[in-house]
Design a protein around this ligand. Structure first.
Ligand code: ATP
Ligand code: PYR
Ligand code: K
Ligand code: MG
Length: 527
């Protein structure tokens, strides 16, 4: 994979563009989060999604009943067992999302240049002139001339399913708007977006809390995707809420930055969150189009330097109905990887699209190609410089492991870890080879029962670029005596060989504890 490594900053022979990609066991180092829904909920389709490279399943509670999502997650569990592909679970909150409610589900045609009234009276039926919404404060939040955008499944940008409105006047709680483009809204609900307006609703709504404490607890969610995160306080509040829900004190919080308010507080949010989702669907509406790329590059860079996963959304919208992405979309996926993203999040494409499996597969292939030309050397130096000196011992060990692996052309890095911290730090230095993170369970007690840690830590690495987790047998306690380390390492090597990533005569870099000391060692396999 790195033998014919090209650098975009150097002249690339045109012929190399045509060289076929070598088959590889790992589809890509960049991870794929797939949203599961109506078109991706059978055991068969989910199994195919896993085989195509999906490693995190997202459940979007902006829509759908809890029972519906429960059936889907049960099918996911069956698919994981039968394919033996690990997959983490992400719960995406509804948050303070404004929605148009269409109880009858009849399609609604909106004509350019006519007027439509938005009303908080949800008992009214949705028609071409009247749209009930789920928020009473809109008439106080907007003023004449403001822009409102309404779209099904969040802003695909398609002219026929989304509509722009201009506020003309307020009539008590109602808002009267001029329709700017003709469109037909179909389905039970659409998201409503008012550009650059603060919506005075809590980030974690009562409904979100209910869903997290029932569905979330029942399914041991690995990630909480916190929609419309606007302040660091939102993350702290969610963390406090999770801490009281048993095992969910281990759930990681990914802050979704989806409006200018979140962008403004990006640095403080990043400090509190475990990772960030660049929600380009919403943010792409709030920001002028010519600024979207700049936000992406700046935000991904900050996440990279903090060593926290960055997830990019809305890459191949057109694949919702088509078997191939547009050139702009294909290029965009590659650029997200070159910018340093950890994962790509697919929404409508897998949720309600016609080609969920093909979408995952093609996105994975584009990521893999982009990884080959990623300027690891430049990135590594920049990160070392940014972190400065003195480095923490662990970070110094982690970066040394990556450097050694590249110098000796190791095929993989194996990292023994319990907390997952060391493996994440290795990923931070963006090795060009996969990292097998061997999560060693630790016995813990909450005064009621004894359990092993490790499962959350292993699944949570499924969103981190380059990490491929393996859960060690709890019979190997985490004491890290040399005997247990050796036997764990042997299992990891066997696993890598069986998977085809490790071959005879390969060099492998191992990061582990020996006694109290962290060490990096290089081993060369014989046969
Ligand atoms: N159970 C283990 N056996 C051998 N080496 C380990 C083990 N756990 C971690 N290491 C190694 O110890 C170093 C510290 O890593 P990390 O912070 O992930 O350790 P941890 O045990 O998971 O957490 P901590 O020691 O901070 O509670 C790394 O070099 C890592 O590879
Ligand atoms: C995924 C999402 O919520 C967005 O892109 O806005
Ligand atoms: K959501
Ligand atoms: Mg969004």
């Amino acid at each position: 994979m790195h033998s014919n490594h090209l650098l975009l900053e150097e002249p690339v022979r045109m012929a190399s563009v045509l060289e076929p990609s070598k088959p590889s066991y790992f589809p890509a180092m960049t991870k794929i989060v797939g949203t599961l829904g109506p078109k991706s909920r059978s055991v068969e389709i989910i199994s195919d999604c896993l085989k195509a490279g999906m490693s995190v399943a997202r459940f979007d509670f902006s829509w759908g009943e809890t029972e519906f999502h429960q059936e889907t997650v049960e099918n996911l569990k069956i698919a994981i067992r039968s394919t033996k592909n690990l997959c983490a679970v992400m719960l995406d909150t509804g948050g303070p999302e404004l929605q148009v409610v269409n109880k009858t589900e009849h399609p609604i045609s909106l004509e350019a240049d006519s007027l439509v009234v938005l009303t908080p009276d949800q008992n009214k039926e949705a028609t071409s002139n009247l749209l009930p919404i789920n928020f009473g404060g809109l008439s106080k939040a907007v003023k004449a001339g403001d822009t409102i955008f309404i779209g099904q499944y969040l802003f695909t940008g398609s002219e026929t399913t989304s509509v722009w409105l201009e506020v003309t006047e307020m009539n008590e709680e109602d808002v009267v708007c001029l329709i700017k483009n003709s469109a037909t809204l179909s389905g039970p609900l659409y998201t409503l977006h008012v550009s650059q307006i603060r919506i005075d609703l809590p980030t974690l709504t009562d409904k979100d809390k209910e869903v997290i404490s029932t569905w979330g607890v029942r399914n041991n969610i690995d990630f909480l995707s916190l929609s419309y995160t606007r302040h660091a306080e939102d993350v702290r509040h969610a963390r406090d809420f999770l801490s009281k829900l048993g095992d969910l004190n281990q759930t990681q919080i990914f802050a979704k930055i989806e409006n200018i308010e979140g962008l403004t507080h990006f640095d403080e949010i990043l400090q509190e969150a475990d990772g960030v989702i660049l929600s380009r669907g919403n943010l792409g509406i709030d920001l002028p189009p010519e600024k979207v790329f700049l936000f992406q590059k700046a935000a991904v860079y900050k996440c990279n330097m903090a060593g926290k996963p960055a997830v990019v959304t809305r890459v191949v919208d057109s694949m919702t109905d088509n078997l191939r992405p547009t050139r702009a979309e294909a290029t965009d996926v590659a650029n997200a990887v070159l910018d340093g993203s950890d994962a790509i999040l697919l929404g409508a494409e897998t949720l309600r699209g016609l080609y969920p499996v093909e979408t995952i597969s093609i996105v994975g292939k584009i990521c893999a190609e982009a990884e080959k030309v990623y300027n690891q050397d430049l990135y590594f130096k920049r990160t070392v410089k940014y972190v400065g000196e003195p480095m923490t011992h662990l970070e110094s060990i982690a970066s040394a492991a990556v450097r050694a692996a590249i110098k000796v052309k190791a095929s993989v890095i194996i990292c023994l870890t319990s907390s997952g911290r060391a493996a994440r730090l290795i990923s931070k230095y963006r090795p060009t080879m996969p990292v097998i993170s061997v999560v060693i369970p630790r016995l813990k007690t909450n005064q009621v029962r004894w359990t092993f840690t490790g499962a959350f830590e292993a699944r949570q690495s499924l969103i981190v670029r380059g990490l491929f987790p393996m859960l060690a047998d709890p019979q190997h306690p985490a004491e890290s005596t040399s005997a247990t380390n050796e036997s764990v390492l042997k299992v990891a090597l066997d696993h890598g060989k069986a998977a085809g990533v490790i071959k005879s005569h390969d060099r492998i870099v191992v990061c582990q504890k020996v006694g109290d000391a962290s060490v990096v060692k290089i081993i060369e396999l014989e046969d």
